[in-house]
Design a protein around this ligand. Structure first.
Ligand code: NAI
Length: 324
């Protein structure tokens, strides 16, 4: 059976959940976002509004920015005809009315009652197996039997999360990358009981979805600690933390080195603050429990200290850097 997704449920409207809701809505899906309180949902709606406004602004100003960029880099004044051609090619694909339609497709709730007609649920609550299992047990009761249930976990076992339901064949990992509105990769991770059909349905579905910039790029990844990207990325990040702890260079210079010398768009400390020190700490702890330091080094002492000091990165206005 080919999955037809009309309505998507999102559990957890934080950094990731709010952006995933936005992506689904701009792709024409009805979206219902659940969080624990109206206060959290207010923040979710503000995040979505801000991101949709940014997308609108990007679309409306893109052509003029491109004209300025060309004129500046070539030192040649473009003719009106050339400018018109650029404006035609880069004509806004996202408009005020599309923005309104997308906003109107997103509803919020604090209960599971409104999940009775979803075709797909993406869970994005805190990184904790027990809490995720509680959510999946509720989803099992409140969603239709055909619905696929996905977790956006960065590190936890899909099989363990799926064990809280009576349909583990319909449960899998859909690991988006931060910020999902611009990063197109999504790791699709089957648990041990996930059916081939569920995996194929989600890969086919995600291949039809675009974020704010690109078509989404789903890849199938085996259920191993850290999955694929984080397994590689965290090995590098741990080395950067170790260099900082050993005094090899300053934090700013390590970030500069990896941007200017290794071509990374962001340095490891800037990236850590964006991802969230709490998320990195949870991921490292979970991976350590699973593999005992087999594929990645032991969690960094600096991450541990920042985590316990409540310096969780941009979201708390302090992490490696100070954003106050
Ligand atoms: P966050 O802390 O920004 O958001 C979590 C949200 O879940 C909060 O709004 C919280 O109120 C809500 N929540 C907690 N328990 C809930 C429940 N029982 N029902 C409904 N809502 C509940 O966290 P973030 O960064 O969005 O991460 C969410 C998940 O996505 C985690 O599993 C994380 O590992 C994963 N992830 C995070 C990435 C990142 O860079 N931040 C990247 C990829 C995955």
């Amino acid at each position: 059976m080919v999955l037809f997704v009309k309505r998507v449920g999102i559990v957890g409207g934080g950094a990731m959940g709010s952006q995933i809701a936005d992506i689904m809505a701009i792709n024409g899906k009805e979206v219902i976002v659940k969080d624990v309180s109206e206060e959290f949902l207010k923040k979710t709606k503000e995040n979505i509004e801000k991101n949709l406004n940014d997308l609108l602004e990007f679309n409306l100003t893109r052509a003029d920015k491109e004209i300025t960029r060309i004129e500046k880099s070539t030192q040649i004044k473009l003719t009106d005809e050339q400018k018109e051609k650029i404006r035609e090619t880069l004509k806004p694909k996202f408009t005020e009315s599309l923005k309104k339609e997308a906003s109107d497709r997103i509803q919020t709730t604090t209960s599971y009652e409104e999940f009775s007609e979803v075709d797909l649920v993406i869970e994005a609550i805190v990184e904790n197996t027990k809490l995720k299992q509680e959510v999946f047990s509720e989803l099992d009761k409140h969603t239709p039997t055909h619905a696929i249930l996905a977790t956006n976990t960065s590190s936890l076992s899909i099989t363990e999360v799926a064990s809280a339901t009576n349909k583990p064949e319909k449960v899998l990992g859909m690991h988006f990358f931060n910020p999902p509105i611009t990063l197109p990769l999504i790791e699709i991770i089957p648990g041990i009981e996930t059916s081939e059909e569920t995996v194929n349905d989600i890969i086919d579905f995600m291949s039809t979805i675009r974020n704010h910039r690109y078509p989404m790029q789903p890849i199938k990844v085996k259920e191993v600690p850290g999955f694929l990207v984080n397994r590689i990325l965290f090995a590098m990040m741990n080395e950067a933390y170790a260099c900082y702890e050993d005094g090899v260079a300053s934090m700013r210079d390590i970030d500069l080195a990896m941007r200017a010398g290794a071509g990374m768009p962001m340095g490891p400390f800037e990236l850590s603050d964006l991802v969230g020190i709490d998320v990195i700490h949870h991921v490292q702890e979970e991976v350590r429990k699973m593999v005992g330091g087999n594929t990645m080094n032991q969690p960094s002492q600096t991450i541990r200290k920042l985590y316990h000091a409540g310096r969780h990165g941009k979201k708390t206005k302090r992490g490696f850097y100070d954003y106050r």
